[in-house]
Design a protein around this ligand. Sequence first.
Ligand SMILES: [Zn+2]
Length: 442
Amino acid sequence: MKLTFAGAAGTVTGSCFHLEAGGTRLLVDCGMFQGLPELEARNLAPFPFDPAKVDWLFLTHGHLDHLGLIPRLVREGFRGRGVCTVPTRDIAHVMLMDAARIQEEEGEAALYTAADALAALDRFVVQIEYGEELELGAGITVRFHDAGHILGAASVEVRAEGKTVVFSGDLGNRGKPLVTDPAYPPKADVLVLESTYGDRHHPPFEESVEELRRAIVDTLAAGGNVVIPSFALERTQEVLYILFHLWRERKIPECRIYLDSPLATHATRIFERYTERFPSPARKLFRKKRDPFDFELLEYTLTKKDSKRISEERGVIIIAGSGMCTGGRVLYHLRDNLPRPESAIVFVGFQAMGTLGREIVDGASRVEVLGSVVPVRASIWRIEGLSAHADQPILVDWALHADPGQVFLVHGEEPALAALAERLSAHGYAARIPAWHEAVVL
Ligand SMILES: [Zn+2]
């Protein structure tokens, strides 16, 4: 077997792994690189395999850094079968069409068009559930396991040539309201493990909810706005769920809450189709027809005109994308609110190197937004316990259950990869950190 690290090697984005076993070639994810310009340049680099010869594409979940290059893959000849879970298929549709729209706005530099995105979605002909076994022929089987990261997310287990190779995908945090805890993996000969928060310990969820509450109460009392840059998938719905509870329990003042993101709005409509997959308290809430995605304080602003109107308001909560402030409507709200000492910017997710979000959380005193330089006077909050990613203790515990013969650490920045490798070595597992496009024979 030969495994090639086509992406997410030494970085958190661009997830793409190519496995060749017997005569069969399969891919796990085909994601976009995001962040630093030298990383984004990789989106144009030739794949280290021939797309036309790939038989199967297994998609772990619907985040752009896992699926964003599939339209390019198809345009360059991929005609194999795509496999994902049922919710991931719905999410992929929304994410790829949105990515294509953004690409088309780039003009000449566009990686693909909406037509390419639709052609990519047509490849996803197989939907499987967690635990179901798929036979690829030639003695190769694949199973998905619940990765507990976002709705529909999976780890992928491949059995071929007498070996079990497990790709963790993105692993979730535990104790989250809208997504189940990650399922333990089977015993693995080879483990490809994500490392996003390989050097962190997340604070407990309840502590993070309390921090969010404090940010809101303080900011509204000062007459400022609370701007929450949020990922459209999972995090936005989770923030809405938390705000719904804080409001019902009268822990925050009555105020307008705007979800100012068409993408997050579409994603929320998908979540409403799968409430039966939520953990028990949230599932029961929806069964009682109480909808934390539709309550009286909350307004979805779909048009640009509605979005602009928010600029004139004070004492409101604004949830807008993109989550790392690399584009989208959050930029207008940052331009307006960063210079206001009474406002707050509340980060609830990972900020990759090279992004505006990272600059702000790293303490920049002024930043460039939409072509103008603005001072950072708003209070900056970084709430880590809402993360959709496992922290070091969860990653290590999960890896120990796989008891792997070999471990490759991917999907992390250098300090996280190094720290996780060190923890695993303390448990007797020598982990390798592969380079971009490196290939290994298993
Ligand atoms: Zn993800």
